[in-house]
Design a protein around this ligand. Structure first.
Ligand SMILES: NC(=O)c1ccc[n+]([C@@H]2O[C@H](COP(=O)([O-])OP(=O)(O)OC[C@H]3O[C@@H](n4cnc5c(N)ncnc54)[C@H](OP(=O)(O)O)[C@@H]3O)[C@@H](O)[C@H]2O)c1
Length: 302
């Protein structure tokens, strides 16, 4: 049994990873007072991982073999306004992790994003040239560089458009669309942003398997379907049996968001398909799983 620390364990992916790693000895770190999902077994500590002393103390106490870093400042537009905080959480805290992991020979798994690419000619392969458009992508890209330069044994998993549900997690694209349609409110959805949306549960299974097979390096994991957000929203309405005419097509420029978005983003997943038994799910497969889960898990933070 391996000892694994999951940082950001109260977030969407963090909760799914705690679930996927129940056979290991898992310790969770995050900013909440307590871990929200009482059905999962977890040793939990409140740690602000941007604070080197707090992080060090937790790692000394638990002495893990692995740290899976799911903590992040994930607000893409907020990162343009709160640059210091975005940098501290997404890059500075990874500098801390790298320092500790190098000194104590702990293997680090870092979550990263297709936003490290500019979206001119995606989907992207692992070795493609990075060129982030917004500050969120800059902070995640810098974190990758710190890891590659500072550690020999690491896993960087890039993913995109995570969706799913957990206890008290932040809204994501699918839960936002589903809530608006449920309330009968129209919504504008962009036709010019392409990705391969990823069910968080599917990604958590893939990461658990990467630990098992002792993968080292950079790998992409995303859903099996590459599509634009408007098509994705239409598929959500179909699976959840809502009125699709409430979904109105829009262009990214119409939305006047603070951060630029990659247009043809998304990730090539050939390496993951070759190496892993965990198969990337199609959008319909992922949404059907989520639909079943939503019948039993309340959505609290929306
Ligand atoms: N969501 C996506 O579409 C997507 C796509 C590609 C990559 N990723 C990456 O995947 C990872 C997980 O994403 P997610 O969707 O699960 O994010 P999430 O739900 O926002 O979870 C991130 C967690 O990190 C916590 N956190 C923030 N600052 C922290 C700090 N200083 N110390 C300790 N914990 C802190 C957050 O707490 P608060 O909620 O209290 O801030 C939250 O619980 C992130 O690294 C993200 O960059 C996400």
């Amino acid at each position: 049994m391996s000892k694994v620390i999951v940082t950001g364990c109260c977030g969407l992916l963090g909760q799914k990873l705690v679930g996927a790693l129940q056979k290991q000895s898992v310790v969770g770190l995050d900013l909440l007072d307590a871990f929200p999902d009482k059905n999962l077994k977890l040793d939990y500590s409140l740690v602000d991982q941007a604070d080197l002393d707090q992080l060090n103390a937790a790692i000394q106490q638990y002495r893990p073999e692995w740290i899976i870093n799911c903590a992040g400042y994930t607000d893409v537009d907020g990162s343009e306004k709160n640059k210091a905080l975005a940098y501290m959480v997404n890059t500075g805290s990874v500098e801390n992790l790298v320092e500790i992991c190098a000194a104590q020979k702990i293997k680090l798994v870092q979550l990263s994003t297709d936003y490290v690419f500019d979206g001119k000619d995606g989907p992207y392969a692992e070795e493609d040239r990075k060129n982030p458009l917004g500050y969120y992508g800059v902070t995640k890209s810098l974190a990758e560089d710190v890891i590659v330069q500072g550690l020999k044994d690491y896993i960087i998993v890039r993913t995109n458009v995570l969706y799913g549900t957990g206890v008290s997690v932040r809204p994501n694209f699918v839960t936002w669309v589903q809530k608006r349609l449920h309330e009968g409110r129209p919504l504008k959805v962009v036709k010019d942003q392409n990705n391969n949306p990823t069910l968080a549960d599917n990604l958590a299974d893939a990461i658990a398997e990467l630990l098992d097979i002792k993968f080292s390096g950079i790998i992409h994991f995303g859903g099996a379907d590459y599509l634009d957000r408007y098509q994705f929203a239409k598929t959500i309405s179909e699976v959840f049996s809502y009125n699709a005419s409430l979904i109105l097509p829009a262009l990214t420029d119409d939305l006047q968001q603070a951060a630029k978005r990659p247009s043809n983003g998304g990730l090539k997943i050939d390496k993951a398909k070759e190496l892993l038994k965990t198969k990337p799910l199609t959008v319909k497969e992922g949404l059907e799983i989520l639909k079943k889960q939503l019948q039993s898990i309340p959505i609290n933070r929306h």
